[in-house]
Design a protein around this ligand. Structure first.
Ligand code: AR6
Length: 170
């Protein structure tokens, strides 16, 4: 089965889904943007679990995904994935960004997640072109078959991404 896809404009920390995805960095120890918001609102539980992951496996590689509980957030899990920093190597960056979506979906599936919410990974501080990032996100999710995941929500924080996703999903 293919999960249904929805777009919501707003703040991912307010979303009541089984899993929300964090656009983290290699350190897994927090930062700005959506990462900052998730750690700020979710509380120290999330950071403590990220530190345990760091101690166990070291840094999280670009395109890979790990999970923690969601602390004070209304979700059950936070899936932390590290998007690529845009560097004009379109082919390599695109592949890595698709890996973020695929690996997060696979991890979510293994956790029995029915509803998962993605931010627009890499389109903030990491400067990935929004149009291309949206295309990759939508394509990757559309190609993902699952008997577990029922719904994928793309949460758009800025107007530009909202417009891009609306067009892509028309
Ligand atoms: N809810 C949903 N989306 C958000 C929120 C929010 N509360 N806040 C920002 N966005 P970014 P990146 C959108 O910069 O480009 C961090 O410092 C934002 O509008 O958060 O993957 C990490 O620690 C943009 O569309 O992540 C890394 O060092 C999208 O989230 C680095 O930034 C992603 O923007 C990762 O950069």
């Amino acid at each position: 089965m293919k999960p249904t896809i929805e777009i919501i404009k707003g703040d991912i920390t307010k979303i009541n889904a089984d899993a929300i995805v964090n656009a983290a960095n290699l350190s897994l120890l927090g930062g700005g943007g959506v990462d900052g918001a998730i750690h700020r609102t979710g509380g120290k539980q999330i950071l403590e679990e990220c530190m345990e992951i760091r101690n166990r496996q070291g840094k999280c590689k670009t395109g890979e995904a790990v999970f923690t509980s969601a602390g004070n957030l209304p979700a059950k899990y936070v899936i932390h994935t590290v998007g690529p920093i845009w560097n004009n190597n379109e082919e390599k960056s695109s592949k890595l960004l698709a890996n973020c979506y695929n690996n997060s979906l696979k991890l979510a599936e293994s956790l029995g997640v029915k509803t998962i919410t993605f931010p627009n990974i890499s389109t903030g501080v990491y400067r990935f072109p929004k149009e291309l990032a949206g295309k990759i996100a939508v394509e990757t999710v559309r190609n993902f078959q699952s008997d577990v995941i029922e719904k994928v929500i793309f949460i758009c924080f800025d107007d530009e991404n909202e417009e891009i996703y609306k067009k892509l999903l028309q």
